[in-house]
Design a protein around this ligand. Structure first.
Ligand code: PLP
Length: 394
């Protein structure tokens, strides 16, 4: 037997080509300097947290309150949960109550809390591709089986395909909009239609199916109204975080919420609190809970990303790429001019020092993902390399 589990060894091996690409980028930066490398590969939120957050942070640090670094209830501080409830109800007009919210270690921690709480061994979790690949591992962590269903060409949910994938083992579907890697926003009609399909699936197979709504880009929405997941489907579990919304990804604060009108809201919340504890998170970062409690509002528009979106879209259109204009998040998912997206991305890095990620890493070949969470200057400088890369195929 090897030093690590066979499963982990397999998972490490599977992700090794992405690491090779990143290593190549690092090597180029060392040789040429960051200004001569066009790195669009990372998903790190670049925009600094808002002033209101920084002020609340300073006030929290400077408050003379004793015991503020101690353990807190596993569910999270009541006033922090109240803040999140107010935010969600303002946004979705629902009836989310603090007792049905659990503060988590980011959305990533929240998704694990949810899946641990609802999955029986062998239960199926529908994932819509292209997708955030961590979902596979999160489902597997808790005995779930990932079932991949492609999104339509315009990255809307193909509800007929979802209907066809539902079985008596289906327990959940994960929805992410604005999505990573596509940046597209689902419409309310599309989400309502999905809600109907899930309800029909429940009736047909006699089980409960949850819509796990992963919403960590909730404030990064441009020129559009985000859909309301609670209105689309009753058995919705919302998972989100402040990683992107407040630009504090490294601080690891997120939450899980169910609406008070949902069946079993109390039981679900109880299970989430237990999972938060027994997964070893114990409680979400307490300082950050205190900080958001001090903020007047958690609704902070992220205009800086909109600016970058507009610039990036201009650069790609000018160069001649084919893509769906994103309405949120900070990713774009254009088509590659050849079917082999890995070869295309290798050429990008080797010949143009341009770092982009093959779509096959997200479950859809023939595309690449770029993140425009980068300095504005880099977007402006990148026009000529994006064009030269595409032109080399003409
Ligand atoms: N879900 C999606 C779709 C993401 O893109 C990310 C981060 O990149 C996460 C969840 C996890 O975010 P966090 O755990 O920082 O809240």
């Amino acid at each position: 037997k090897g030093a690590i589990s066979e499963k982990l060894a397999g998972q490490l091996e599977k992700g090794s080509w992405i690491r090779k690409l990143f290593d190549e980028g690092k090597r180029l930066i060392d040789i040429y300097g960051a200004d001569e490398v066009y790195d669009f590969s990372l998903g790190n939120p670049i925009v600094e947290p808002p002033e209101a957050f920084l002020k609340a942070l300073a006030d929290t640090v400077n408050s003379g309150e004793l015991g503020k670094h101690q353990y807190i209830p596993n569910q999270g501080l009541p006033p922090a949960r109240q803040k999140v409830a107010d935010y969600l109800n303002g946004r979705y007009g629902g009836s989310v109550k603090p007792e049905h919210i659990v503060m988590t270690v980011g959305a990533g921690g929240g998704l694990n809390v949810v899946l641990k709480s609802i999955l029986n061994p062998g239960d199926e979790v529908i994932l819509l591709t292209p997708y955030f690949v961590e979902y596979d591992y999160y489902a597997d962590n808790h005995g779930g089986v990932a079932v991949h269903v492609p999104l339509a060409d315009d990255f809307s949910v193909d509800t007929e395909r979802v209907a066809g994938a539902i079985t008596e083992r289906t327990r959940a579907i994960i929805i992410n909009t604005p999505g990573n890697p596509t940046g597209t926003l689902l419409t309310q009609d599309n989400l309502n239609e999905l809600g109907k399909v899930l309800a029909e699936g429940e009736k047909k197979h006699g089980g409960l199916i949850y819509m796990v709504y992963d919403d960590p880009y909730s404030q990064l929405v441009y020129d559009a109204v985000p859909p309301n997941p609670f209105a689309a489907y009753g058995r919705t579990i919302l998972v989100s975080s402040f990683s992107k919304d407040l630009g504090i990804a490294g601080e690891r604060l997120g939450y899980v919420a169910v609406d008070a009108s949902a069946d079993d809201a109390q039981l679900l919340a109880q299970a989430f609190v237990f999972s938060n504890r027994t997964l070893g998170f114990v409680n979400a970062p307490v300082m950050m809970q205190r900080v958001i409690t001090r903020m007047d509002t958690l609704a902070v528009e992220q205009q800086e990303y909109r600016k970058r979106r507009d610039l990036m879209v201009g650069v790609l259109q000018e160069a001649g790429y084919e893509f769906t204009v994103p309405q949120g998040g900070f990713f774009i998912f254009p088509k590659t001019p050849i079917a082999d997206d890995v070869e295309f991305c290798l050429k990008a890095v080797q010949e143009h020092r341009l770092l982009i990620v093959p779509g096959s890493g997200f479950g859809r070949g023939g595309h690449f993902r770029l993140s425009y969470s980068v300095p504005i200057k880099q977007i402006e400088r990148s026009g000529k390399v994006f064009k030269a890369l595409l032109d080399s195929y003409r």
